[in-house]
Design a protein around this ligand. Structure first.
Ligand code: GAL
Length: 669
């Protein structure tokens, strides 16, 4: 259990690049370092795929080439982030030891790619620890080192869950630790269903390919175990680095989240052992500009502090079915988006486009031939602008969304409606707030003090946590505005349905009982309206049909056989209000719900044009304003409700401000 403190950030963003000196002749390194220094870069990340070069055969370890590269870079004033090279075990290792992952059909992941090592494989662990020890001993007090990135993108290529024999044994041990006795485990998982009672720990399977679905309890625990396995694997490396390099900062580069994309690793757990979180921002993989913003806010939330972008898309990438052009100005604008959300460093991937290997079409700051792309000029401009901006910080968010990976996984395992997605719901909630210019913190479920927030939204907290209920009760009693959405408090932590009436234990706080829950297939037209029937909206996928006890209805279902029943309610408790939202719609909040949650007071006092992002900022020494981003390829004009000073374009007292395509502006009220 932990407290949440409001996150404020002084906006101070440094720039850097990801560099692979080993891909270029040594004579070039000094040229590159000079160009990086000319660009006023601060950080260079190196090394994360170079295991085979550091250790060309077993226990023949040398860092000579990297020393040379580091010396050249640090002599230009650059600071290094060292990637531990464990995502790419050398071929002698995979040939001599069976360290490869197995997929859920038991098929071996082939060599020649990356992330194919298994976190629970003893040989992979031993060899990983050996190379990291050698590296940390060598670089622990080497000049020019800022810190470390452990491995690279755990869970990339969906490799968090491995189904090898090592993992099966480790999972059995994990389950034994969690449940102590087989009787407890059998009871917790309800193994009496379909005759799955285990009489020996060794019988516990992994949820591999089989005739029908596996037990949701087994699946949820396997997901937790798999995530824990990489947390432990990461910790082995962190312990070594802290021992030999105690003054260095340690991070790991996360990925943007999404169903079927990056959803396998509990990023809160992974953050616990790190000094700071960083992530790799490839906006063309995101649903839209608000989704990029959500990912930035998630990264700030995983550790409740500023974070880095360790890889920023520099231009065209190579790994989409269609790789879109990146117009002039867009990377600069994406960089400002990081700044707006609390990024402390913006590191571009990669310095120079690769001539060989799997990513040849991926652009860099430099082209394949070593000449500058327009990003070089955009980064130059960005650096100059950052230097002349007054000191600003992100105004603390007054709204929190509580987030939980186990809720996400529980719903993924048994969505009941194919398209019901926990994460898409979070995106929809966030989208509505983002459009209104409301800043949001992402906070882990279980936070014990929510007083920093005026409004707290809890999307589908399907897993019951009675202790947390006390926090929520207290928060509302003392004036908080809490919204809980459909599918709340249905199952215990082992994904077993409660024997209490739904929403279990929440009925007093929310002042409702659940009459029935209904999945809505795509071919059913369903609508809700406010009580006065002046505001009608369609909804999708889900309807929790509510029976108010002490709550008042805000929205009612307006067609189908459950018409007239409550769809959203508000319950006054102490000084605050607890809102229940039983359905999913876009926009997410009906206006009666929006007002009850006080979101109208937090929204900007003027309408933002679609695709324009506004982040509230505070100026050092007083004064408030906005950082504005135009995500459009065309000019868009923002009309303010009061005159503002536009600081980047140096225009005083404007009420109407045209933003160029991918334009950025800092305004002060
Ligand atoms: C990231 C990865 C990099 C590189 C990049 C290409 O996911 O960390 O190593 O592959 O994608 O866009």
């Amino acid at each position: 259990m932990f407290h949440v403190s409001r996150i404020t950030h002084h906006i101070l963003m440094k720039l850097g690049v990801d560099y692979y000196p080993e891909h270029w002749p040594q004579e070039r390194w000094a040229v590159d370092a000079k160009m990086m220094a000319d660009l006023s870069l601060t950080y260079v990340r190196v090394g994360e795929f170079a295991w085979g070069l550091f250790e060309p055969s077993e226990e023949e370890i040398s860092f000579d080439w990297l020393d040379t590269a580091i010396d050249i870079l640090r002599n230009e004033g650059l600071q290094l982030v060292l990637g531990t090279p464990t995502p790419t075990p050398p071929t002698w290792l995979t040939a001599n030891y069976d360290v490869l992952q197995r997929d859920e059909r038991g098929i071996v992941l082939n060599v020649g790619s990356r992330r194919h090592g298994c976190a629970n494989n003893p040989a992979y662990q031993i060899h990983s620890q050996r190379i990291v020890t050698a590296m940390a001993q060598h670089y622990g007090s080497y000049p020019g080192i800022f810190g470390w990135q452990v491995d690279n993108e755990f869970s990339c290529h969906r490799t968090t869950r491995c189904y090898c024999d090592h993992c099966r044994r480790a999972f059995q041990e994990w389950a034994q630790k969690r449940y102590k006795t087989l009787d407890h485990l059998n009871e917790a998982w309800g193994t009496i269903f379909w005759s799955a009672t285990y009489t020996d720990w060794s019988q516990i399977p992994l949820p591999m390919y089989s005739s029908a679905q596996q037990s949701p309890s087994l699946q949820l625990d396997f997901r937790r175990f798999s995530s824990d396995s990489w947390v432990a694997y990461q910790k082995q490396q962190i312990d070594i680095i802290r021992k030999y390099a105690p003054t260095h900062q340690i991070t790991h580069n996360y990925m943007g989240l999404g169903d079927g994309n990056v959803d396998q690793q509990d990023y809160f757990d992974l953050a616990a052992d790190l000094d700071f979180v960083s992530w790799d921002n490839y906006p063309q993989g995101a649903k839209g500009p608000d989704d990029i913003a959500l990912n930035h806010d998630m990264m700030r939330g995983f550790k409740q502090r500023g974070y880095w972008v360790m890889e920023q898309q520099p231009g065209v990438v190579n790994w989409h079915p269609y790789n879109r052009p990146v117009p002039p100005g867009q990377v600069r604008m994406w960089s400002y988006q990081g700044l707006a959300h609390g990024a402390e460093a913006m590191v571009y991937f990669r310095w120079r486009a690769a001539r060989y290997g799997q990513e040849q079409y991926h652009m860099g700051v430099l082209r394949h031939d070593g000449s500058k792309t327009r990003l070089y000029d955009e980064a130059t401009q960005l650096h100059a602008e950052l230097n002349r901006l007054p000191n600003i910080s992100r105004t603390p968010a007054e709204v929190a969304i509580l987030f939980d990976f186990s809720d996400w996984w529980t719903i993924q395992i048994d969505p009941h409606q194919h398209d019901f997605s926990y994460h898409k719901q979070v995106q929809a909630i966030y989208h509505h707030l983002w459009q209104a210019g409301i800043s949001v913190d992402i906070v882990r479920r279980g936070a014990t003090d929510l007083r920093a927030y005026k409004t707290v939204i809890v999307p589908s907290p399907i897993l019951i946590d009675e202790a947390e209920l006390e926090t929520w009760q207290h928060y509302v009693e003392s004036g908080g505005r809490l919204a809980i959405t459909c599918r709340a408090f249905v199952k215990n932590q082992s994904s077993v349905w409660t024997d209490q009436p739904l929403p279990a234990h929440l009925d007093k706080l929310l002042g409702v009982k659940l009459d029935e829950y209904l999945g809505i297939p795509p071919d059913m037209e369903c609508t809700v309206s406010n009580v006065a029937q002046t505001d009608i909206q369609s909804y999708q996928l889900w309807a929790d049909v509510l029976e108010p006890t002490t709550a008042e209805p805000l929205m009612v279902y307006s067609n189908q056989y459950w018409a007239g029943k409550a769809a959203a309610t508000m319950n006054k408790v102490g000084q605050g209000v607890a809102v229940t939202i039983g359905y999913l719609s876009e926009p997410f909040f009906a206006s009666s719900v929006w007002q009850t949650l006080g979101l109208n007071e937090l929204a900007l006092p003027f309408n933002l044009p679609a695709g324009v992002e506004a982040t509230r900022i505070s100026f050092e020494g007083g004064g408030e304003g906005l950082l504005l981003l135009n995500h459009h390829e065309s000019q868009t004009t923002v009309e303010f409700s009061q005159p503002v000073d536009a600081l980047l374009s140096e225009q005083p007292k404007v009420t109407s401000l045209p933003l160029a395509p991918f334009g950025v502006e800092v305004v002060r009220w």
